[in-house]
Design a protein around this ligand. Sequence first.
Ligand code: NAP
Ligand code: HSE
Length: 437
Amino acid sequence: MKPVNVGLLGLGTVGAGTVNLLAENAREITRRAGRTVRVTHAAVRDLSKPRACDVEGIRISDDPAAVVADPEVDVVLELIGGTDEAYRLVMAAIEHGKHVVTANKHLIALYGNEIFAAADNRGVVVTFEAAVAGGIPIIKAIREGLAANRIEWLAGIINGTSNFILSQMMFEGKEFDEALAEAQELGYAEADPTFDVEGVDAAHKLAILGSIAFGIPLSYDQIYTQGIRDLAVEDIAYCEEMGYRIKHLGIARRQDGGVEMRVHPTLVSEKALLASVEGEKNAVMVYGDAVGPTVYYGAGAGAGPTASAVVADLIDTVRIMSVDPAGRVPHLAFQPDQISNEPIMGAEDFYCGHYFRIQVADEPGVMAEITGLLAELDVSIEAILQKDPEEGGDDAFIIIVTKPVREGRLIEGLDQIRALPYTREGVVHMRVAQFED
Ligand code: NAP
Ligand code: HSE
């Protein structure tokens, strides 16, 4: 059969990794795809840069639009990142009747609804396995493997850079900036690393996971998002003392009347599976009503793992080229006319445990008053600790972990605690997650 020609946009970490993997596993890939797959065209920004792959035989230009329009190209791989140029190129590829593979979660989270509609109209597919959790085939697992289930919730470590930084801070005693620089050097971080450390990248991914799990439109702009930038080393230590690890999680859960979607640093029991996921590794737990809890673990970033997902999508694309569009797996798991607009809940309706660290004047009765306030609001305490701050003279830290409670009620309690005369500025607040694993 005629080989499939690939037009590759971007020869950076993922693009070069993809060229290398296609060359290394060419025989296995052909055996699986049923046709030879070869990169014939590529586009980059700077033609003079050295490449981390063998580019012999690839026509390289700095004109990605020409690659997308070239009639010799069958499938376009969008691996340049960003949204402006990537959006134009992906839409142009679709218009030209080409299938697209992308690793770009930012693009899919923001413009996926219209990209998939355009692809459906044109009878082509846009695949995006590499957009979430690097090398872990989580899109395929949810969209196909768990298709018989009503998904109740999912929770995961879905940003490798943040997890890498947290591990380096906890186990290697590294400073935040040093650990981030290392993640950038290793190719894990986004072009703009604030996306990683401020939770934006994880929110892009959660938007995708939530959509394919619950059959809702991509709703990135409604996700509650908080990163790890402001995490204090002492909270990592206090949590450890109380039997918790801090992980940066994306959580999506069905609730009465809507869906909860949130990304933030989270306390998880040190015994939970997610607590032991370290470095750039990702893990996603998905709870389906028939199957119960399931867990998917692996490398969440880097050239090889991400290329693994890109090439798997490419093989799928080659296989479905001859399939009638009506018989293909829907882009967002559910048939397009079955996507439903469930309300996305605000933070006041989140239901979970909470951690807070309050700096107070160390006087008799303070702890009793704080716990009394929580009791009046019917907030139960799971654990409590008192510590002396390194600086702060006669002050004390009161550290409390609550049992699950509707967040609106807890915030009411925190406001009252903040208003007490002996409470200092800057109460630290994090959420706690419990999973059936
Ligand atoms: P990268 O190393 O910065 O590579 C980007 C590539 O795109 C470079 O080769 C660059 O050319 C090229 N490029 C950028 N703008 C271009 C334009 N307008 N025209 C032509 N070429 C252009 O990025 P990356 O880490 O490979 O990431 C690529 C995509 O994969 C992003 O969407 C990212 O979010 C996603 N992703 C990355 C990882 C990871 O671990 N790195 C994992 C999963 C998903 P020059 O080299 O000439 O500058
Ligand atoms: N910057 C991303 C991360 C790359 O660290 O997880 C993988 O999507």
